[in-house]
Design a protein around this ligand. Structure first.
Ligand code: BGC
Length: 441
C-alpha cells in the first residue's frame, strides 16, 4: 500500500505574523497581553520566533531542507498601516524581503491578510463590530496586492472568521473580550463583507490571483446520539460555527437555523479555492447555560481517543471525520487546500501518528475524487499560541526561546520523507494505518 499525491502538490507549513515575528507592539493582542493574566504562564509574544529580527530566512531554509515547497504566512496589518491611512514603507520592505527570499528558494507562499490581530487604531474604533472595517480592509487588500502581486499568487483574506468571532466576541477569551452572541454574529457578517470587498479588490489588481478564506471546521458529534437535544445542539453549532461564513461566500447569504437568512449578494462566488483548517472532532451536549456557545457544551472524550492537537486535550483525534468532510467539500466544485492541520507534541510519536493518519485520510478522499491540491502542517517552529502562550508545541521544530535555537522533532523527518517522495511509503502507512482504524468513525 503506497499513497501517491497529485503532481505539483503543495507541501508546506502554516503560521501567522503575530505568532512568529515578535516586536508587534501596535496591535490589540499586545494590549491584551499587557493587561496581565491573559496569557498562560505569563508568556509574552515580545520576541516570539524572531522573524522580525530576520530569523525567517533560517526557517525557510529548514523548510527547503525538509523538501517542502510551500509556506503559509500572514502579514501584520499594524506594521503596514501603523496609523489609519498611513503606510509604513519599511514594513512593506520587510515583507518584500521575506517573499523574495521564498522566491529565491522556490518556495510558494500563501499569504493571509487577516490572522486574528488588529492595529490599535482599528481596535479603538470598535474593531470588527464597526462596519467601517469593511472599507479599511478593502484598502489594505488593495495596497498589499499592488505591492506584492509579483511575488505572491495565493491569498487568504481572513483566517477562521468563525473561531475569531466566537473566541473574541462570544466567549470573551480573546481581545476585545466581549461575551455577546449577537456581537459574534455581527463580526462574522462584517468579515464576510470585508472578505468579499478584498476578493474583488485583489482581482482588480491581479486577475490571476487565487483567493480564498481559511475556514475552520470542527466536527460536532452528539454526546448521546439518542438524545434529541444533543442532536439539536450539534445541528445548531454546525450551522452557526461551520456553515454560516462558509455558505455565505458561496451563495451570498447568511443562513441561520430555522430558515432565517440575511442576504450578502456581494459575497456570492468569492472564493477560487477552499482553505480548510481541520484539527479534531468534538462531542457536544445540549446545555441551556451556554447560549454564547450556541447551546452546546464540549464533553470529554475517553482518554484513549483524546486528541493532543487540542490544547485542553478534550477533543477526538479523528481522521475519519476529516476524510468524510473532504468528500463532502468535493461537491462544492472548488479546489481545496488544507491550510492548517496539526497536533501538539506530547509523547514522542503523537505528532507523527497524527500526521500520517490524517494524510492517509486525505489520500483516500483524493482517490474518491476530492480535488485537494496542498497541505500545510501547523506549524514549522513552536510558536506563540495566543492565550495559551508557548505551552502547546505544534512545531516540526522545537524552539529554545532564550537562544532561539531550532531543533527538529521526530515528526519533521516523517513529514520530510512524505513531502520529498510525494507519497506515503508503504512502511509508514502500515505502521500507522492500523492505529487509524481504531479511531472514532
Ligand atoms: C489558528 C492558529 C492557531 C492554531 C493552533 C488555528 O485555529 O488559525 O492561529 O495557532 O489553530 O491552535
Amino acid at each position: 500500500m503506497s499513497a501517491i499525491f497529485p503532481h505539483n502538490f503543495l507541501w508546506g507549513t502554516a503560521t501567522a505574523a503575530h505568532q512568529v515575528e515578535g516586536h508587534n507592539f501596535n496591535n490589540d493582542w499586545w494590549a491584551w497581553e499587557k493587561r496581565g493574566g491573559k496569557i498562560k504562564n505569563g508568556d509574552s509574544s515580545s520576541v516570539a520566533c524572531d522573524w522580525s529580527g530576520g530569523r525567517y530566512a533560517q526557517d525557510f531554509q529548514n523548510s527547503r531542507a525538509l523538501g517542502l515547497n510551500a509556506i503559509r504566512l500572514s502579514i501584520e496589518w499594524s506594521r503596514l498601516e501603523p496609523r489609519e491611512g498611513e503606510w509604513d514603507p519599511d514594513a512593506f520592505r520587510f515583507y518584500r524581503d521575506m517573499l523574495t527570499c521564498l522566491r529565491d528558494m522556490r518556495i510558494t507562499p500563501m499569504v493571509t491578510i487577516h490572522h486574528f490581530t488588529n492595529p490599535s487604531w482599528l481596535a479603538a474604533q470598535g474593531g470588527w463590530e464597526n462596519p467601517a472595517v469593511v472599507h479599511h480592509f478593502e484598502r489594505l487588500a488593495t495596497q498589499v496586492a499592488q505591492e506584492f502581486a509579483d511575488l505572491c499568487r495565493f491569498w487568504l483574506t481572513v483566517n477562521e472568521a468563525n473561531a475569531y468571532a466566537t473566541l473574541s466576541y462570544c466567549a470573551g477569551l480573546w481581545p476585545p473580550g466581549k461575551q455577546r452572541f449577537f456581537s459574534g454574529i455581527k463580526v462574522m457578517a462584517n468579515m464576510v463583507r470585508a472578505h468579499a470587498a478584498a476578493y474583488h479588490a485583489i482581482k482588480r489588481v491581479q486577475p490571476g490571483g487565487q483567493i480564498g478564506m481559511a475556514h475552520r471546521f470542527q466536527i460536532f458529534k452528539p454526546n448521546n446520539p439518542r438524545s434529541p437535544l444533543d442532536c439539536l445542539s450539534v445541528r445548531v453549532r454546525d450551522c452557526l460555527f461551520n456553515r454560516l461564513v462558509f455558505r455565505a461566500v458561496m451563495d451570498g447569504a447568511l443562513h441561520f437555523p430555522g430558515g432565517l437568512r440575511i442576504e450578502l449578494p456581494e459575497a456570492k462566488g468569492t472564493q477560487d479555492f477552499i482553505g480548510l483548517n481541520y484539527y479534531f472532532s468534538e462531542r457536544s451536549a445540549f446545555d441551556l447555560r451556554e447560549p454564547r456557545l450556541f447551546f452546546g457544551r464540549r464533553v470529554l472524550a475517553p482518554e484513549s481517543l483524546r486528541c493532543q492537537s487540542d490544547f485542553a486535550g478534550e477533543a477526538d483525534h479523528d481522521p475519519a471525520s476529516f476524510e468524510r468532510l473532504l468528500k463532502e467539500l468535493a461537491h462544492c466544485g472548488k479546489p481545496v487546500y488544507i491550510t492548517e492541520n496539526g497536533a501538539i507534541e506530547a509523547r514522542d510519536s503523537d505528532q507523527s501518528e497524527y500526521l500520517v493518519t490524517h494524510l492517509l485520510a486525505l489520500q483516500h478522499a483524493i482517490e474518491a475524487g476530492a480535488d485537494v491540491r496542498g497541505y500545510f502542517w501547523w506549524t514549522l517552529v513552536d510558536n506563540f499560541e495566543w492565550g495559551e502562550g508557548f505551552s502547546p508545541r505544534f512545531g516540526l521544530y522545537s524552539l529554545d526561546r532564550p537562544t532561539q535555537r531550532r531543533t527538529p522533532k521526530p515528526v519533521a523527518a516523517v513529514y520530510s520523507q512524505i513531502a520529498s517522495e510525494n507519497r506515503i511509503a508503504p512502511d509508514l502507512a502500515a505502521l500507522y494505518a492500523s492505529r487509524a482504524d481504531l479511531r472514532p468513525a
